[in-house]
Design a protein around this ligand. Structure first.
Ligand SMILES: C[S@@+](CC[C@H](N)C(=O)[O-])C[C@H]1O[C@@H](n2cnc3c(N)ncnc32)[C@H](O)[C@@H]1O
Length: 299
């Protein structure tokens, strides 16, 4: 077998990979993805998988899906490639203030209840964005909770944000977005929580202000892990648009994997798109480092 990065450039050779993923390879790829991440791919997802794995063929300079599977299912691939495979397979669609009624529910229903039960001078409210993708959801939570704190003195909060994909987490930690992605955010909110790039040539980039970035702790977490090792109780969980990708009958469901007693204190705000509600909690690995690069202006 050709080893990754051998021979002529992948870009030049990739055009030869005309044959799609064989039925046998598709079956074993689906089984691996399911067992590693809980993501269920039906028969109709074969073209989608081919398109996404093509990026890996290119990166590894492999010529065909058969070669890729030989590498992936070999000893080295099982160690080094699975993370990349999960990165390309996961669907990371997200937005700031996506599905606004969930944030309205948090502010209008959950937090007022939470305040009546918990002494505002006590512990901070801990909200978890479970399956946070590139950070738009946890930063939206940060904006909403900061605004709530302005009108409710004494209210304090922290946000935990996790995802299985290190690629999306790296982007989330940077907190840098195209201005286009923030266009649904009212301008006065944008002025308070975003900075605009000063670098010539990149005027359309914005960055989340440091205060908001530091309110969110990002971690890698796989919902398929047996034990999430929650160190402290979580008060509300946003896991919308995540559970829909799981194959429930096989038990790959973060909501089921989490005992309610873990969060134990109060209501759950997170919901999947079809409105079922789940409680989840977090297993921590190392927090990702913050990176600073360019210079940023007030909006
Ligand atoms: C469609 S995005 C949802 C983002 C955000 N919650 C929202 O609603 O805008 C789903 C995210 O779940 C993550 N995910 C998928 N399987 C996962 C697993 N087994 N453990 C943790 N995160 C997972 C994906 O990497 C992806 O970023």
């Amino acid at each position: 077998m050709r080893t990754p990065s051998a021979g002529i450039s992948g870009a030049a050779r990739i055009g030869v990979a005309g044959d799609g993923i064989s039925p046998r390879d598709y079956t074993r790829l689906c089984a691996l993805i399911l067992s590693e991440s809980g993501i269920h791919l039906g028969a109709e997802k074969r073209t989608m998988l081919e398109i996404r794995i093509k990026r890996r063929l290119k990166a590894l300079e492999l010529i065909s899906y058969a070669e890729y599977c030989e590498y992936l299912f070999g000893q080295r691939g099982m160690k080094e490639e699975i993370g990349h495979l999960i990165d390309v397979v996961s669907t990371n669609k997200t937005d700031f203030f996506r599905e606004p009624k969930h944030f309205d529910c948090l502010v209008q229903t959950v937090l007022p209840q939470w305040l009546t039960v918990h002494n505002p001078a006590g512990h901070p409210c801990l909200v978890w964005s479970a399956g946070c993708s590139t950070g738009e959801e946890p930063y939206t939570l940060g904006i909403v909770l900061s605004e709530f704190a302005h009108s409710h003195p004494g209210f304090r909060f922290r946000i935990l944000a996790s995802d299985i994909s290190t690629l999306v987490l790296e982007k989330a930690v940077r907190g840098v977005y195209s201005e286009e992605t923030t266009k649904a955010i009212p301008i006065e909110i944008k002025r308070r929580y975003f900075l605009r790039s000063r670098s010539a040539g990149s005027p359309t980039r914005v960055r989340v202000v440091p205060e908001l970035r530091s309110a969110v702790q990002f971690r890698r977490l796989n919902f398929m892990d047996a034990d999430y090792e929650v160190a402290e109780p979580v008060d509300a969980i946003f896991c919308r648009n995540v559970i829909i990708y799981f194959d429930r009958p096989k038990g790959a469901n973060p909501g089921q994997a989490l005992p309610a007693s873990r969060s134990g204190r109060l209501p759950v705000c997170g919901a999947r798109r079809d409105a079922a509600q789940h409680e989840t909690a977090a297993r921590s690995s190392s927090p990702l480092p913050l990176q600073a690069s360019r210079t940023w202006n007030l909006m």
